[in-house]
Ligand binder design. Structure first.
Ligand code: DGJ
Length: 742
């Protein structure tokens, strides 16, 4: 991988042999975008793009800019906007100098991708200067050798003595030469996160945004462009993902000349930043991914980078424990004896970590009170968290705890002591949601308090895991700690405070496994992944719904980050009844957990759960860290909604597991051929089937036995039709094909 600067053409070529990204210094000192796509040879600098008959007579009429300005002839959405002391808003950044070096720097105070060795990546810092104000704009680009990814962010530096306001600062802006793309976004709502929206670009402005203080279940901070003909396995796609957990914009503008401008960054409608003299402001980092191997190719680049060079710490590469969470099993209604019974039974089933969810603190018997009072509930836990944790761990199972540190109930000792810590606009109504307010995480004293109170619990009790929840969006944004000019910083400072608390806790307790959560997947984003290597994807635990949610999330997020639980039926969110085997197999393609009362399982269900857990543990590397492929996405198949198939290949290639989900049965079925991928053509594989709790008799099935990798990838598996004689007739049939390389 390399970044080459050609002095003559003034062209920068970032390439890793698979991806090329080319920009050049234009005659007026601004930066033009030249090319982004499949790798080009470096010895032939691309010719300067033909000047465009646009708005003016100089380079301002160039059509494709790298970090476009506001107010001087480019009437599209700008990448940034500054407001100077005199109220003017026009800036003219010109190239000053650049630095190219091995490795990558952190983005101060924010999550970022990283290298373990400088040789893994190369970075370009491109420094632009607005001569009149003296403000410098530094564009950072890091290209990775192993992943088809470029990480970008921008720094604004104010060496002058006048304050400057940043009113918009995108992390990435990219002008592409044509509009022939479909835009994919991940949208949804509570309990139906990661719905995939996929539509052709049209002229004008289009995109998604969050203004709720968190990335949101409604919009995930990602945007994918695919060519209309691109499928899961073939064709070009570009992915854009923001390492940020707050208000964002991910948008595209197709202009009058069919140039496609992509932007991703902090949402400018809810942001401004007072950049004082000598101040520096860093935007969050954005990651750009290119694939010419379809959407799976794109996802695999994201997965690799995010699993290995965004997530951090002891748990990044460690096999994640199978957990049982008591939430859907008891909700708030539990005693210490009940928890110990559940933990003991969980242990018998093979569960490795017992998680105590909401309701263990203050006087919390429902969701009306006590958030903020992080002290044990005296009736439920007479010997405190420490006493319970010791008893649970004595059973031979790890103990984990739920917290929601960013919140406070009006009915809490914390609120009574510090009403000013709860976010509100003075003299305005304070909106309650789930009977709670949000703490002002932008205030250092709030972070200090939370760090102390949480550390006190964590240092005394044998706790191995924390589920960090966040159950409401932010209203009446305002901080009593900020001046009138700084109120535009409120939302970003909130996010910085959350990251600060995460950074302090992960540093103080490096052995802890953190799982992020926000009413399910309302803050499931790459920012969180930097601190918590796994996240609770959705409160919807229905097996069928989960296929859709996990499939959508897998476009960007690695399966090691997707916490997936088996819950009881009828499902608490949908009232649907699906077989335990189906629920289990869907949850296998993630970090497996259970969310039910094991005492309510029938003996045969307990046996089935034991077998599920044993199977999962035996293949955990493959499930959690394998290369994951969507063979058939549930909604992108001719049997729309009726069928899905996933596959994961172990990191060493020695085994692969294919999950087949026949969601809805129909009579007189068509036979289906399922072509596999990611195998070695020349290798042979022993194929067996694992279905409702055990291995099927191999010789009963024509797919089993020794099969060539070439055959499995080209002729494929022949999936049985469930005719009316078949014992498999019925909805929600699932099976796993286990492939062992011989
Ligand atoms: C929302 C989470 O998503 C659930 O899993 C559970 O922890 C509840 N909050 C508890 O209040």
């Amino acid at each position: 991988m390399s970044i080459i600067y050609d002095e003559q053409s003034k062209q920068f070529h970032l390439t890793n042999g698979s991806l090329s990204y080319i920009i050049r210094i234009l005659e007026n000192g601004s930066i033009g975008q030249v090319y982004c796509g499949k790798a080009l040879r470096i010895e032939n600098p691309l010719p300067a793009p033909i000047p465009f008959k646009g708005f003016s007579n100089n380079d301002k009429s160039f059509a494709r800019f790298e970090y476009p300005v506001y107010g001087s002839g480019d009437f599209r959405q700008p990448a940034f906007k500054l407001r100077f002391a005199d109220g003017s808003v026009v800036a003219e950044p010109e190239y000053q100098e650049h630095r190219i070096y091995a490795g990558k720097k952190e983005v101060p105070g924010l999550p970022s991708t990283y290298t373990e060795k400088p040789s893994e990546a190369e970075t370009l810092e491109l420094e632009l200067l607005d001569n009149v104000s003296g403000v410098k704009i530094v564009l950072y680009y890091t290209i990775f050798g192993e992943y088809n990814c470029i990480a970008r962010h921008t720094a604004f530096v104010n060496p002058g003595d006048q304050t400057v306001f940043i009113e918009n600062g995108m992390s990435l802006s990219l002008d592409l030469p044509d509009p022939h793309w479909n835009m994919i976004t991940l949208t949804g709502a509570w309990a139906r996160e990661f719905e995939v929206s996929d539509a052709p670009l049209r002229p004008g402005f289009q995109g998604i945004q969050s203004m709720r203080g968190i990335s949101g279940a409604q919009t995930n901070p990602a945007l994918i462009l695919r060519r209309p003909a691109t499928t899961e396995h073939h064709g070009e796609a570009l992915g854009f993902s923001l390492l940020y957990s707050g208000n964002f914009t991910a948008a595209v503008e197709v202009d009058q000349w069919d140039i496609t401008r992509v932007m991703i960054g902090i949402n400018s409608d809810t942001f401004s930043w007072e950049l004082k003299s000598t101040g520096v402001f860093h935007t969050p980092e954005a990651v750009l991914v290119f694939s010419d191997e379809g959407l799976n190719g794109l996802s695999q680049q994201f997965h690799g980078l995010y699993r290995s060079r965004l997530a951090r710490g002891k748990w990044r590469d460690a096999e994640r424990p199978v957990l049982l969470n008591n939430w859907e099993g008891t909700y708030f209604d539990f005693t210490e004896a009940k928890i110990l019974e559940m933990a003991a039974l969980s242990r018998e089933l093979g569960v490795e970590l017992f998680v105590l969810d909401d309701g263990w603190f203050g006087k919390r018997d429902d969701d009306h009170s006590s958030l903020g009072d992080w002290f044990p509930h005296k009736t439920k836990l007479p010997e405190g968290v420490t006493g319970l944790a010791k008893k649970v761990t004595a059973l031979g199972i790890m103990f984990g705890l739920w917290i929601e540190p960013e919140m406070v109930n009006p009915d809490s000792d914390l609120f009574r002591a510090h009403p000013d810590w709860a976010v509100h606009t003075p003299e305005r109504v304070r909106t309650e949601q789930r009977y709670q307010y949000v703490l002002d995480m932008g205030r250092p004293e709030v972070i200090d308090y939370l760090f102390k109170v949480l550390s006190d619990i964590l240092k005394d009790a044998p706790i191995s895991y924390i589920k960090w929840d966040m159950n409401r969006s932010i209203t009446e944004p305002y901080s009593l700690s900020l001046s009138a000019e700084q109120q535009g910083e409120f939302f970003h400072r909130y996010v910085l405070g959350v990251y600060d608390l995460y950074a302090r806790l992960t540093a103080a307790f490096p052995d802890l496994l953190f799982e992020s959560c926000a009413s399910g997947g309302a803050r499931f984003d790459p920012g969180m992944l930097h601190y918590a290597p796994q996240g609770w994807l959705s409160d919807d635990t229905d097996g069928l719904e989960r296929i859709h949610i996990q499939d959508g999330a897998s476009l960007v997020y690695p399966i090691s980050s997707i916490s997936a639980h088996v819950s009881a039926v009828p499902n608490h969110q949908t009232a649907r009844i699906t077989p335990l085997s189906f629920r289990g197999m869907v949850a296998f393609f993630g970090v497996l957990g259970y969310e039910l009362d094991p005492a309510k399982l029938k003996p045969e269900e307990q046996e089935a759960v034991k077998k599920q857990i044993a199977f999962y543990k035996a293949h955990r590397q493959t499930f959690q860290f394998g290369s994951f492929y969507r063979l058939v996405s549930p909604l992108r198949h001719s049997l729309s909604g009726r069928f899905a198939a996933w596959m994961t290949v172990s990191p060493d290639g020695s085994e692969a597991i294919v999950g087949v989900f026949k969601i809805l049965s129909n009579p007189n079925q068509r036979p289906l051929t399922l072509k596999l991928t990611g195998l070695e053509s020349a290798a042979d594989y022993q194929v067996t089937i694992w279905e409702t709790g055990g291995f099927a008799e191999a010789d009963r099935h024509y797919n089993c036995g020794t099969r060539g990798g070439d055959e499995l990838m080209n002729a494929g598996l022949m999936l049985e039709c469930t005719d009316h004689h078949s014992p498999r007739k019925g909805d929600f049939f699932s099976e796993l094909f286990l492939l062992k390389r011989k």
